[in-house]
Design a protein around this ligand. Sequence first.
Ligand SMILES: Cc1cc2nc3c(=O)[nH]c(=O)nc-3n(C[C@H](O)[C@H](O)[C@H](O)COP(=O)(O)OP(=O)(O)OC[C@H]3O[C@@H](n4cnc5c(N)ncnc54)[C@H](O)[C@@H]3O)c2cc1C
Length: 372
Amino acid sequence: MKRPDVIVVGAGIVGAACAAELQALGRDVLLIDANHPGGGVTAAGMGHLVALDETDDELDLCLLSLARWDDWLTTGAGVAEHVRCGTLWVAEDEAQLAHARVRAERLGRRGWDAVELSGAQLAHTEPALRPGLAGGVRVARDGVVYPPAVARQLADTVVALGGQTRFGTTVARVDDGAVTLDTGERIAAGDVVVATGTAVTRLLPDIPIFPRKGHLAITARYPRRLSHQVVSMGYGQTEAGNDALAVAANVQPRITGQWLIGSCRQDGIRHADVDPRVLARVLRSAIALLPCLADMTIIRSWTGMRPATVDGRPVIGRHPTLPRVWVAAGHEGLGVTTAFGTAQLLADLILARPESIDAAPYSPSRFAHVPA
Ligand SMILES: Cc1cc2nc3c(=O)[nH]c(=O)nc-3n(C[C@H](O)[C@H](O)[C@H](O)COP(=O)(O)OP(=O)(O)OC[C@H]3O[C@@H](n4cnc5c(N)ncnc54)[C@H](O)[C@@H]3O)c2cc1C
């Protein structure tokens, strides 16, 4: 095996995007995963490509990444099962409508087409919604993909461009410019990128990333289609804390005719079992917006662990004490949307190019004071 310039550990959508980006920029990459590409949290989420704007830097990263998604989808749309369905942010009351208005204005100002809708316009736009809602925002350019297929495609791209992959291979230890596999084999490289999602802290104990559990369910196939991803304006406004449970309706149309139903956030839980009481709350909140769901059949439910950080930002950049180790992880519920932007920003940093957006909010150094 030739000595790689960069080893990327973790072939979820984030690591696979970083590996493909660095290989395309002329670095010899070795992409390693304990399982197979896209088999981690990337296979458990919703795949909503969505411009979120809870902070300016979050919106910067989303818009950088969504532009890259647009480029990638010009050839990869079929593989990705892409649908540009847009997002319908639904306000149930006047307070949420005020928040929706701010979102429409903020996204519109950044050129991401967003239109405020009255209650009547909302009902006309998505007739399956219950009557009497306050209004909302339609964001036309958001969309939906099937993330594990994209991760697999990106891993294939690494190989097609001359890079190497090793799957079914667990990294047991990361040192400055080298990894040691669980077999004891040591592989050296110029740089190491750790993109192992919720497992980052196992390899780098001073980078605190923790699991935030979500429940999802999917219906059988139906001829009646949702035309948008329908999300309550309550989504993302409430954070789960300790054992608290935050639930907000989020329903996605799949190209198969299935309706994918989320979502909730729960901290402090390590087991992946479906909790019927939590699932019932997720379903009730979805039915409260889309009453026809009550007559539809759920064929499968599952959970996924979002890789979360205490300040809600991903970790992208150089490790605080290991100069040849880089981190790309902690994207919580936005890792699919922001994978390509993360890859571009990380490549800027590794190649010492001008930063595409301000990297400071994502720096791993912000955890330097946190006791391990
Ligand atoms: C319920 C739910 C809904 C979501 N909905 C959305 C959404 O609509 N839109 C959106 O943008 N995001 C969404 N997300 C978030 C998104 O899925 C994640 O942020 C993203 O998939 C994280 O990708 P990752 O590559 O960092 O992690 P992962 O996909 O977990 O990849 C990490 C990889 O590292 C490998 N690995 C771990 N340890 C080692 C080791 N020691 N050695 C070698 N390999 C290792 C694993 O096998 C895995 O393949 C959702 C998540 C959940 C749970």
